[in-house]
Design a binder for this molecule. Structure first.
Ligand code: HEC
Ligand code: HEC
Ligand code: HEC
Ligand code: HEC
Ligand code: HEC
Length: 241
């Protein structure tokens, strides 16, 4: 009796089954990696001991982020301000506002205010604030418009895919170093002639950009990327050291 099917087909059902399992596992893992953080983190806004209004202090009073988060451009970790920083003003301003009672209590007792932490990268991830904010990346790219938030919330996914999206195309985010803590900055605020005089333009740009009416984010980003030789790590060891 002739064998209609070649010998190797004996293994076919097993191969199909194994492939099936691998594909299903892969899809589950991929979904887990890339999708979950969006739903578990974005919008996270725990109840804080004091509903600290970033919008009032930053947009209305004009305070710079670094007045309170003073390590952000010099260290890997940012910091939260201690009670002393609040009391620089609040010994005088709003001294009877009940919302500030926990601040006054902390001031009297010497016990720090127990702020609930929102943003946390896992321990197996290496992350450094100063390496970003001194290389043209604004707080806004990673934390959203904190300057307009009555109470700060987790605005971006902070997943691996999200980090890589910018590491592959930093030109979509880079801005002049003077505008890092200016969260409202827009590309069309830059005056093309001044910008080009200060930073130049990419070597392969055909026309003279200083004559343009406005610059786009991509034009600004490509210029700064070339000028500062920006090369964010893409290899696994870059972020998992
Ligand atoms: C007057 C002090 C002050 C200023 C100015 C300030 N912050 Fe804050 N910030 C705080 C305090 C206090 C907290 C902790 C309370 C909270 O999370 O609501 C905080 C929390 C945060 C958090 C969340 C931290 C976490 O737990 O993950 C981010 C992000 C943040 N600030 C960004 C900014 C940015 C960006 C600016 C500038 C636009 C800024 N802050 C200006 C005092 C300040
Ligand atoms: C540079 C001065 C200054 C510093 C520093 C400062 N504040 Fe204020 N804060 C103000 C002023 C001024 C107001 C009142 C704004 C208004 O009336 O619109 C205010 C208002 C507030 C309010 C009341 C908001 C409301 O809706 O009633 C809270 C709560 C508050 N601050 C918390 C803090 C905390 C917590 C810190 C420390 C992390 C801090 N502030 C640091 C100046 C400051
Ligand atoms: C490239 C993205 C990125 C940029 C730019 C960035 N941050 Fe963050 N920020 C993070 C990540 C990621 C975390 C969580 C860090 C961790 O787990 O150590 C974080 C955490 C924080 C925290 C919480 C620190 C703590 O220990 O509770 C504060 C406050 C903060 N950032 C403020 C700022 C300010 C202010 C700026 C702008 C000057 C800024 N960040 C710019 C990504 C960024
Ligand atoms: C909006 C853009 C952006 C996002 C989002 C971003 N990065 Fe970066 N990253 C950069 C840029 C720009 C550099 C600087 C590259 C250079 O200096 O050439 C950098 C550099 C780094 C470096 C190298 C720093 C050093 O000291 O060598 C690490 C590590 C890193 N990023 C980790 C992360 C992680 C982890 C995340 C996500 C939690 C993240 N980044 C999110 C833009 C970004
Ligand atoms: C730009 C920084 C960056 C690079 C490059 C990077 N990772 Fe990650 N990785 C992260 C961050 C951030 C997380 C944490 C994500 C989270 O908490 O949602 C992570 C998480 C992981 C996890 C755990 C996932 C989970 O959900 O628990 C694994 C596994 C991983 N990375 C493997 C890799 C491998 C393999 C590479 C190289 C191909 C790589 N990473 C390159 C930033 C990076």
């Amino acid at each position: 009796m002739a064998n209609f099917f070649p010998r190797w087909t004996n293994w076919l059902p097993l191969k199909i089954a194994v492939c099936g399992v691998v594909i299903v596992c892969g899809l589950t893992a991929a979904t887990w990696y890339y999708v979950t953080p969006k739903y578990t983190r974005v919008g996270y806004q725990p109840i804080q001991p004091v509903p600290f209004p970033h919008d009032i202090h930053v947009s209305q009073l004009g305070m710079d982020c670094r007045y309170c988060h003073s390590f952000v451009d010099v260290a890997a970790h940012s910091n939260l301000p201690n009670t002393q920083v609040c009391m620089n003003c609040h010994t005088q301003v709003q001294k009877d506002n009940p919302k500030l009672e926990p601040v006054r209590a902390s001031w009297k007792s010497g016990q720090p205010i127990e702020w609930v932490q929102l943003h946390r990268t896992p321990d197996y991830v290496y992350y450094d604030h100063s390496a970003h904010v001194n290389r043209g990346i604004s707080c806004a790219s990673c934390h959203g418009q904190v300057n307009h938030m009555p109470v700060v919330y987790h605005a971006k996914p902070h997943s691996m895919a999200w980090c890589l999206e910018c590491h592959r195309h930093p030109e979509n985010f880079l801005r002049p170093e003077t505008q890092i803590t200016n969260l409202d900055w827009k590309p069309d605020w830059e005056k093309p002639a001044e910008f080009v005089a200060k930073y130049g333009q990419p070597k392969d740009a055909a026309d003279d950009w200083s004559k343009k009416e406005k610059l786009t984010q991509l034009e600004i980003g490509r210029t700064l990327k070339e000028r500062w030789n920006i090369q964010p790590p893409l290899s696994c060891q870059g972020c998992h050291r």
